[in-house]
Ligand binder design. Structure first.
Ligand code: FAD
Ligand code: NAP
Length: 314
């Protein structure tokens, strides 16, 4: 028989953990499922300086503290890569790679994943100099020169983190202006280990039979092609929603992000979406946490309304 819960939260990043905290504190039975370690993208972040209560905190440390808080009222956490969610009205069926669950409500908090650059050499040198996580792999490049591709918050902030390890960090951006927040830009321009190559696209990641040796770059204004030597290439060119398992529910927009209202309700009653996976302007830990609090409360109201209507999990 399928295991039963009042609420299943899919994804244990900051959004999911907060939803689990609120729902379990409202005395609902809650299961958080994650296909990785709890903490989500916070585990890939070095110093977080914009989460209230901390002047600066390491991402994995904040993840650990949030996890302790989110499970203190009885919410359970389990490994599970969710493969599908079926809507049967008052009952939803959540299937993972190993289990099937029945639940009254589902909170989708699966976040986003990095976008690939899609150039020759990216796959070949994955794990051999090409990385998407400075916190995870930066230490391999101590005293060496590295390249960061992208111009957003992730590229510039993680580039700054890499200056503590690498001898030189070269940011290659396709425009002549960064997208990153001004405070991060100012810090980057003031750091003597940071260098910028503007109006340029990485055409290929170069290497020998073992590892990355550099990149081939083309200036998109002049057409000039150059080679920049480096031992590592960190790619931060944006994010994509992790929603392919939910397309059957008809809750995503044409680019795959989930549409939810101010109550975090999707168009399917009993299915909520929070955090980065939603269509929203500001994808941050604070906004994921805010969404999670709202969803935890709304799930409670939704389940009360089911009880009022005499429905029960079958
Ligand atoms: P996520 O943190 O992405 O968590 C989603 C979870 O869902 C993951 O654990 C994943 O394993 C799980 N999951 C996905 N699919 C499935 C599935 N099918 N089955 C089971 N589990 C699944 N924000 C800030 O406020 N400050 C910062 O300094 C900051 N730095 C950042 C640095 C980088 C490099 C990046 C990439 C982002 C940064 N952000 C920062 C943004 C912030 O990390 C995100 O906005 C936030 O983590 C979103 O939380 P979330 O709970 O929505 O999703
Ligand atoms: P992003 O904001 O979408 O920035 C992606 C960057 O990559 C942009 O500069 C973009 O260039 C560039 N890019 C996109 N496709 C490219 C391609 N094919 N080739 C070359 N360059 C390409 O993504 P992000 O920086 O990963 O940030 C994701 C979210 O997390 C954002 O909401 C961000 O605010 C948040 N975040 C916050 C913090 C923080 O608060 N400290 C830190 C990290 C991330 P253009 O500028 O020309 O479009």
């Amino acid at each position: 028989m399928a295991k039963q819960y009042d609420v299943i939260v899919i994804g244990a990043g900051p959004g999911g953990m907060t939803a689990a905290l609120y729902a379990s504190r409202a005395n609902l039975s809650v299961l958080m499922l994650d296909r990785g370690i709890y903490g989500g993208q916070m585990n890939n972040t070095a110093a977080i300086e914009n989460y209230p209560g901390f002047s600066s905190v390491m991402g994995p440390d904040l993840a650990e503290d949030m996890y302790k808080g989110s499970t203190q009222f009885g919410a359970e956490y389990a490994y599970g890569s969710v493969e599908s969610v079926e809507d049967h009205g008052a009952t939803k069926v959540v299937t993972t790679d190993t289990e099937t669950y029945e639940t009254k409500a589902v909170v989708i908090a699966t976040g986003s994943e990095y976008r690939k650059l899609g150039v020759p050499g990216e796959e070949t040198y994955g794990g051999r100099g090409v990385s998407y996580c400075a916190v995870c792999d930066g230490a391999f490049f101590k005293g060496r020169e590295v390249i960061v591709v992208g111009g957003g918050d992730s590229a510039v902030e993680e580039g700054l983190y890499l200056t503590q390890l690498a001898s030189k960090v070269t940011v290659i951006h396709r425009r002549d202006q960064l997208r990153a927040q001004k405070v991060i830009q100012d810090r980057a321009f003031a750091n003597e280990k940071m260098n910028f190559v503007w109006n340029s696209n990485v055409e290929e990641i170069l290497g020998d039979d073992k590892k990355v040796t550099g990149v081939k770059v083309k200036n998109n204004q002049t057409g000039e092609e150059t080679t920049i030597d480096a031992s590592g290439v960190f790619i931060y060119v944006g994010i994509l929603p992790k929603t392919e398992q939910f397309t059957n529910l008809g809750i995503t927009d044409k680019t795959g992000w989930i549409e939810a209202n101010d109550h975090m309700e999707t168009k399917v009653p009993g299915i909520f979406a929070i955090g980065d996976v939603r269509v929203k302007d500001l994808r941050q830990i604070t906004t994921a946490v805010g969404d999670g609090g709202i969803a935890g409360q709304q799930v409670f109201k939704y389940i009360e309304s089911l009880a009022d209507n005499g429905a029960a999990v079958k």
